[in-house]
Design a protein. Structure first.
Length: 248
């Protein structure tokens, strides 16, 4: 009668599989820990970047640099909020983000309204536009929108609303190569941002969605009508308190 084989597996073969699995697990653990450290570093750098700009005027943005390279020169002069007519600040809020003082960076009510209407118009707040203009590039893709959301939250957390609007007014484009409200006031009306009238402020706010195709000094009937609506809106938010967060 044949004897059953009593041959045992080699100890080396028995240990090989657990050893390889352990190395693989260790590799995954190293990658995971390294990724977390990189993400933490990126987050801390972003916090520092946004934090510095709470006190220091931003140098500009990617889009501003692109325009400088394209046309050879740009007009821009930083002015503090104290040297910007309060009616200009209220006009921009009325035109671009009526609930600016009430939301935390995202106007959810406006977003829902746009979705329900099936509209193609955007619902970006002034905080989101500031994040895009200062820290990112123009364009529409998921990566940029994701980064924009992150910077928007950091701005809301680290800057007061007044600072956000101050930065926006100093970096927004009002005409080809014309950035900031001081340069825009001089470019269109030969005056300063501090001396803007309600009509002039409303017309500047009216060109913001399409600065390369709209002219505040030589407005079309559409711009006149839009400016009139903005003037009414600016007066309304001054009365009902929706501009209280910016003072002035």
């Amino acid at each position: 009668m044949a004897r059953a084989s009593s041959k045992k597996p080699s100890p080396a073969k028995e240990k090989r599989k657990p050893h390889l699995f352990a190395r693989f697990a260790a590799g995954l653990d190293w990658i995971w820990r390294k990724s977390l450290r990189i993400l933490a570093l990126v987050f801390l750098l972003a916090v520092a970047w946004v934090g510095v700009y709470r006190f220091v005027p931003p140098l500009g943005g990617i889009y501003m640099l692109q325009e400088y390279r394209r046309i050879g020169e740009i007009q821009r002069e930083w002015v503090p909020m104290e040297r910007i007519a309060p009616v200009m600040a209220r006009s921009v809020i009325a035109a671009e983000d009526a609930n600016f003082c009430l939301h935390w960076g995202f106007d959810m009510a406006e977003i829902r309204r746009v979705i329900e209407q099936g509209s193609n118009r955007g619902a970006s707040t002034l905080t989101q536009q500031t994040a895009k203009n200062v820290f990112l590039w123009h364009g529409r893709n998921f990566i940029r929108k994701g980064l924009e959301s992150g910077f928007t939250l950091l701005i809301e957390a680290l800057w007061p609303k007044r600072r956000t609007l101050e930065v926006y007014l100093n970096i927004a484009e009002f005409d080809e190569g014309v950035f900031g409200v001081e340069a825009a006031a001089r470019h269109y009306f030969r005056t300063s941002a501090a001396e803007l009238t309600p009509v002039q402020a409303a017309r500047l706010a009216a060109v913001l969605p399409a600065p390369k195709s709209r002219n505040a000094a030589n407005p079309t009937q559409f711009i006149r009508n839009r400016a009139s609506s903005i003037m009414d809106g600016a007066a309304t938010i001054a009365r009902d308190g929706r501009a209280d967060c910016i003072g002035g």
